[in-house]
Design a protein around this ligand. Structure first.
Ligand SMILES: [Zn+2]
Length: 201
């Protein structure tokens, strides 16, 4: 099975092979906090998040910290449960920091339309070193709120559509391995168990 060091696919949802090491493009006055990423096995990853209700300065700071944490982990998407917060909040940037305009904040997102099917390899920052093929819609329209609480709709295609689905799954306590066949999923779970025993997870 390819892991992050051997795979040549650039289509991982959270860990594209060609993601450059980049810092967040903007530098706010307050220092950014880099959160450690919660790994598979932590129950928070399998619990649905609570709706975001307070759109204040603390939330805007959290969003910037989430972007910084995502870039530090060389990811293209990060959901609040992955930093230990049971909130319906996720950040996405499929350009991995190359284009500041590509930064997407989704609070309380909902998929309102999905179309087509694409089977592609996927990975997750919370399940490092493991990948698997997951069928996702080719086009996805999401309704969400931004960090200020304003409602908007956004449409994504291919990798962005996949990122929307993967991250919104996180907010519902669902991990990509749940979309894999039972054999593949059990193999990954067994390998993680072994890594845990060895103190490497
Ligand atoms: Zn993930």
């Amino acid at each position: 099975m390819p892991d992050k060091s051997t795979s040549s696919k650039a289509s991982a949802v959270e860990r594209p092979q060609d993601a450059p090491t980049v810092a967040a493009p903007e530098k706010p006055a307050t220092p950014l906090k880099i959160y450690p990423i919660v790994k598979y096995g932590d129950p928070i990853l399998e619990k649905p998040g609570a709706p975001v209700k307070k759109f204040d300065a603390a939330l805007e700071k959290l969003v910037e910290d989430m972007f910084a944490s995502m870039y530090a982990a060389q990811g293209v998407g990060l959901a609040a449960p992955q930093i230990g917060l049971g909130l319906r909040l996720t950040v996405i940037d499929v350009t991995a920091g190359k284009n500041p305009e590509a930064k997407i904040v989704l609070a309380n997102p909902e998929i309102i339309h999905a179309e087509g099917e694409v089977r592609e390899e996927e990975g997750c920052l919370s399940i490092p070193g493991f990948r698997g093929y997951v069928v996702r819609p080719q086009f996805v329209t999401v309704k969400a709120q931004n960090a200020k609480g304003e409602s908007f709709e956004i449409r994504g295609e291919n990798l962005l559509a996949r990122a929307f689905c993967h991250e919104i799954d996180h907010l519902n306590g669902i991990l990509f391995i749940q979309h894999l066949g039972m054999l593949k999923r059990d193999l990954i779970k067994r390998k993680i168990k072994k890594l845990k025993k060895q103190g490497e997870w």
